[in-house]
Design a protein around this ligand. Structure first.
Ligand code: AMP
Ligand code: MG
Length: 247
């Protein structure tokens, strides 16, 4: 960048980001996986702005991010109460997965509550949901007091950003987005997505930081390839062969 040009995106604090979300604007913020481009999950107009900012195909569904309550002992968190406003059905397997892996890089696709906006689910009767572990994301979500939809903060088809500098570069000259700088993302790849909406078998929709092998060994829940009857073994899926997301 030349010395007389200014960055289009400014670094900001959490309170400004919360206010922008409440005003129906878009913000970018760190998570432990990648940087997200966020909007209020209850504001259809704000959600529509994400499609144009990313150049993302319409009806491509988003993940809702929820706050983990600030408890010294994370094992005491009541995830069922937290999920209740968003989902219509919680199986035993779902509860095992959230109790073991949340907050963290695991997204679950569940039957949605009727109040969840079609704009964010792409008109499906399911919703993808996770509680991120990054302390800044958690503070942001707690202060916002609501769900935030947040795909990765990149244009459609580009690699997901893992630093504030990546985000600034991605939208430079196009959009004046707030960038909440939380340093480099620790995980650096997208969350694993597991579909539990059938109420029967857990299906892997996207590989990521949590592997089917780890899920099986820690919870006893088998994760299947979609449309496949064979479960994925403990050793044949590692995070090192996970592709970087391009959504
Ligand atoms: P991104 O937000 O770009 O990291 O990606 C979101 C991913 O979650 C996409 O691959 C979506 O297809 C997937 N996803 C979100 N909501 C749903 C849903 N209701 N059912 C199935 N997949 C979903
Ligand atoms: Mg993405």
């Amino acid at each position: 960048m030349s010395s007389d040009s200014k960055p289009l995106q400014s670094s900001v604090g959490i309170n400004e980001v919360v206010q922008t979300l409440r005003d129906g604007g878009l913000v970018t913020f760190p998570t432990e996986t990648v940087y997200g481009l966020g909007a209020d999950a209850k504001n259809p107009e704000a959600i529509k702005k994400i499609f144009s900012a990313k150049g993302r195909p319409l009806r491509h569904p988003f993940i809702v991010h929820l706050a983990a309550p600030d408890k010294f002992d994370q094992s005491q968190i009541d995830w069922v109460a937290l999920l209740a406003p968003w989902v219509s059905d919680l199986s035993e397997d779902t509860i095992k997965l959230v109790n073991t892996f949340w907050p963290g890089p695991l997204t679950l696709v569940l039957k949605k509550d009727q109040s969840v906006l079609n704009e964010l689910t792409g008109g499906q009767n399911t919703v993808a949901i996770r509680a991120p572990a990054h302390p800044i994301t958690q503070e942001l979500l707690r202060k916002f007091k609501g769900g935030i939809v947040a795909p990765s903060a990149n244009r459609f088809g580009k690699a997901s950003p893992t630093s504030a500098a990546d985000v600034r570069h991605e939208f430079e000259g196009m959009l004046d987005l707030m960038v909440l700088d939380g340093g480099d993302c620790e995980v650096g790849i997208e969350s694993t997505i597991i579909d539990l909406s059938s109420g029967d078998k857990a299906a892997l929709l996207r590989p990521g930081a949590r592997t089917p092998g780890e899920i099986l060994s820690k919870t006893g829940v088998k994760v299947y390839l979609p449309g496949d009857i064979k479960s994925i073994g403990v050793d044949n899926q590692t995070s090192s062969d996970t592709p970087k997301g391009i959504w």
